[in-house]
Ligand binder design. Structure first.
Ligand SMILES: O=C(O)CCC(=O)C(=O)O
Length: 394
């Protein structure tokens, strides 16, 4: 871009006199080229007046040009060539990543002034910036993205409303510890209300609670085959890449010892593929994620520290891939994840002998504080299948 007597224009002005009642042809060429390249009319007009042409003449020439068939043909050719796949654009454009950045900021509601100032600070000319900002608003893909963003914002607003309302509740921000409760109360107060709860005392008389230790498991079921998650320490994304960590090992059936004890909540006839055993050293971490269904988790041996986040706070946990959050909720990096400041997690330690109900959609992070054995169940007596759509944000 070249300055024309202090104004930005796309091409430099011709030499020669500015006197007379008609424009010299090289000046008409200059006007036409600038118009085709998208220089705003008022910049062209000012530059011409500053070059010594009269206002009426300038306006007449500019109007006349737009009706000139040769000009219209040239404009048509420019438009066609801009649309040709693989052909370089005739006009100057912002680099792709900057256009993406600009569109994303416009969709997120950043003010035009802020976007313009940031682009100009990054070294782009003001007329190019303005042209791009005007252009993106007419792009069908942008318009579609804008419509989707409005729908997304509506859902987010609804979640925010629900979150504010839930926080009014007595006991919000804490988790109840209850003894044995009836099936009806469990359903009404927790399962259907999507509210977590810790159930105490229910494991006390189970064979698992009485006998399970690492040594006992090795002695009793060392020959059975089980699937384990191996080499997690070598892969920071071991949960996302869980398939790659699966290995077969011996050990079986012992989870059933616990299962038989919770007929109020679990359907024993529907246990196949719905009961999971978690056995690992102190320090084992399951990163922040949500499950696709309700989960009942029996802590048989050792303690685990839990962080739970209600589904209403999903917009703030950076759930970028599948069910996983990007945030390390033990040490959140607020520079990378500033929205996480909005999150109000529940934090507690689940002791041996306690049961935890994790309602569907609640994000949770788990750290084993000791060598730990946990059994988790999804075979509730109640409906537990839901349809999910996973974001896969690229
Ligand atoms: O106990 C654990 O480490 C993880 C349990 C869990 O995240 C689950 O069952 O969804």
């Amino acid at each position: 871009m070249i300055e024309v007597q202090g104004r930005s224009a796309h091409v430099s002005p011709p030499d020669g006199s500015s006197q007379g009642t008609r424009f010299p042809s090289e000046w008409r060429f200059w006007i036409a080229e600038n118009q085709l390249l998208g220089t705003p009319d008022d910049q062209i007009r000012t530059a011409l007046i500053e070059a010594g042409f009269g206002t009426t003449l300038v306006q007449a020439e500019m109007n006349g040009l737009r009706d000139d068939p040769c000009y219209l043909l040239a404009e048509h050719m420019v438009q066609c060539s801009n649309k040709l796949p693989g052909c370089p654009s005739q006009t100057e454009r912002l680099p792709f990543e900057w256009r993406f950045w600009m569109a994303e900021n416009q969709l997120l509601g950043t003010s035009e002034e802020q976007i313009r100032a940031a682009l100009i600070d990054a070294g782009f000319g003001s007329s190019l910036v303005q042209a791009e900002m005007d252009d993106v608003r007419n792009d069908p893909c942008y318009l579609l993205a804008d419509r989707m963003a409005q729908r997304f914002n509506k859902l987010k607003a609804l979640l925010d409303v629900r979150d504010s309302v839930c926080r009014l509740s007595y006991g919000a921000g804490s988790i109840e510890r209850r003894g044995k409760i009836s099936q009806n109360e469990f359903m009404e107060r927790y399962y259907a209300a999507n509210r977590p709860v810790i159930l105490t005392g229910l494991l006390a008389n189970t064979a698992a609670k009485k006998r399970w230790t690492p040594r006992y498991l090795a002695e009793v079921c060392g020959d059975s085959t089980v699937q384990i998650m191996a080499s997690r320490q070598d892969d920071p994304r071991y949960e996302v890449n869980s398939e790659a960590h699966k290995r077969e090992m011996k050990m079986s059936e012992y989870v059933r010892m616990v299962l038989e004890r919770f007929p109020e909540y679990l359907d024993q006839a529907d246990a196949k593929g719905k009961v999971f055993f978690w056995f690992g050293p102190a320090g084992t971490v399951t990163p922040l994620h949500h499950d696709l269904m309700n989960v009942l988790l029996a802590q048989v041996y050792g303690r685990k520290r839990f962080t739970l986040i209600p589904p209403e706070q999903t917009p703030y946990v950076y759930n970028e891939v599948g069910v996983y959050s990007e945030v390390d909720c033990e040490q959140p990096d607020y520079d990378s994840h500033p929205l996480y400041r909005e999150v109000r997690p529940l934090r507690f330690v689940l002791g041996a002998g306690e049961l935890l109900f994790i309602p569907v959609g609640w994000f949770h992070h788990v750290r084993a504080l000791d060598v730990s054995m946990t059994v988790s169940y999804t075979n509730f007596c109640f409906p537990n299948n839901y349809e999910w759509v996973h974001p896969q944000i690229r």
